[in-house]
Design a protein around this ligand. Structure first.
Ligand code: UD1
Ligand code: UDP
Length: 385
């Protein structure tokens, strides 16, 4: 009889906990008995509204191992995580390490597993910004090059990897030296489809905030490049305030803890005061995933520097102004659903103006068929024999 495939999933930051829901559901459902999952939470994110809320809402089983690493400088944080993942892998209880995205938790999992010769499956492989000043770009390059299975959400991701020397080989067993590229689709699309209905029934946030469907701007800001630079953070918040005033639209901005901290030290007093005085500029704590879906579906326009929020806006047909000079999700820009506006108030205003007047074009499906998690399970089982 075939032995159960034992997967160690490493998560730590908010988007990874959300992404993990799709695979966890597949393992406890269709693949029960054939795949077992051990969840290791590094503790990179730890506030209840950055972590626990997603386990509860999305029905993810509690973490089996919690490293409790917390915040810190890149080296300190990543080193503690590597140590913890390595300790767990030394039990010999795991056949595969499953990693998501591009955070320090991803990097730690990739380094620990590859050095102990435990094969790595990387979900959201092949994404590139071609901007190595982003910590995430370093993390994703290292993780991809330590992986045995690279689950690519888009055809652009496959092409990026091919440019780095990866080849699409199907007939040889995958190893770290001969890795397998898989066009899996995107687990975030799986999740958005799965939870949209639940969000429609359970979220009451639009009513609580007093905003109307298609009558507000949803914004998120958390990239270190934006939050930790006094010029950029002031430019972004001034631009959001300007949009709010010019278009007479409420703004809803769930605040990442990094941004909340940096606002109090870097934001000019007059901008801060004007935002706080504006009755319809809602700075709210981070929200759960169901509330976030409700906000994304209800917004007229999304303004963000988040990777995940860009894509979810697209899933729900909303135009996106991207607060970055580049994006890994180039398809959204190519199809006219997203405009890159960096932290430039003029570009942000022009992009928002265009979308608020013209709406967003309809785009073809780009992120798979909503069954990415099943594809991942099938490929890993096939390799397990
Ligand atoms: C991390 C990821 C980023 C991802 C983001 C998702 C890295 C290098 N960055 O960025 O790719 O887009 O998560 O949200 O891995 N904090 C709290 N409470 C928490 C978590 C963080 O207060 O529960 C504060 C701390 O002051 C911390 C700061 O936020 O220093 C930044 O957290 P950190 O995990 O280092 O990076 P993120 O900006 O969250
Ligand atoms: N998200 C959420 N609540 C919030 C902000 C974001 O549930 O207050 C979700 C969002 O829907 C998406 C994910 O978190 O699924 C994106 O995470 P984040 O923006 O922190 O990181 P990124 O995707 O940029 O790595």
């Amino acid at each position: 009889m075939t032995r159960t495939l034992r997967v160690l999933t490493v998560i730590g930051a908010r988007p990874q906990i959300i992404k993990a829901a799709a695979f966890s559901h597949a393992v406890s459902g269709k693949y029960k008995g054939r795949i077992s999952e051990t969840l290791l939470h590094t503790g990179q994110h730890y506030d209840a509204n950055m972590s626990q809320v997603f386990f509860e809402e999305l029905g993810i089983p509690p973490a089996d191992i919690s490293l409790g690493v917390g915040s810190g400088a890149h080296g300190v944080q990543t080193a503690r995580m590597i140590e913890g993942v390595e300790r767990e892998l030394q039990t010999g209880n795991h056949d595969v390490v499953l990693l998501y995205g591009d955070t320090n938790s991803t990097l730690a999992g990739a380094v620990a597993a590859s050095k102990l010769h435990v094969p790595v499956a990387h979900v959201e492989a092949g994404l590139r910004s071609f901007n190595k000043s982003m910590p995430e770009e370093i993390n994703r390059i290292v993780c991809d090059h330590c992986s045995t299975w690279l689950f690519c959400p888009t055809t652009t991701a496959i092409r990026n990897l091919q440019r780095e020397g990866f080849t699409v080989e199907r007939d040889v067993p995958a190893t770290m030296d001969r890795p397998r590229l898989v066009a899996s689709g995107d687990v975030m699309y799986d999740n958005s489809m799965r939870f949209a209905e639940m969000a429609a029934h359970r979220s009451n946030l639009l009513v609580e905030l007093g905003v109307r469907t298609n009558g507000f701007i949803l914004a998120t800001v958390h990239r270190d490049h934006n939050t930790d630079d006094p010029v950029r953070i002031n430019a972004i918040f001034s631009a959001l305030l300007e949009l709010h005033q010019q278009h007479a639209l409420p703004v809803v901005l769930p605040l990442h803890p990094r941004t909340r901290k940096m606002m109090s030290s870097l934001l000019a007093a007059d901008v801060h005061a004007a935002i706080q005085a504006a009755p319809d500029f809602h700075l709210v704590p981070p929200v759960g995933f169901l509330d976030m879906i409700a906000l994304e579906r209800g917004a007229k326009l999304v303004v963000t520097d988040s990777g995940g929020v860009q894509k979810e806006a697209y899933f729900f047909g909303k135009p996106v102004v991207v607060l970055r000079p580049e994006t890994e999700w180039v398809e959204l820009v190519e199809h006219g659903q997203a405009i890159l506006a960096d932290a430039d108030p003029g570009m942000i205003a022009a992009a928002a103006h265009r979308f608020l007047n013209d709406g967003a074009p309809t785009c073809p499906p780009l992120f798979g068929d909503g069954h990415a998690a099943e594809t991942i399970c099938e490929i890993l089982l096939e390799a397990h024999g």
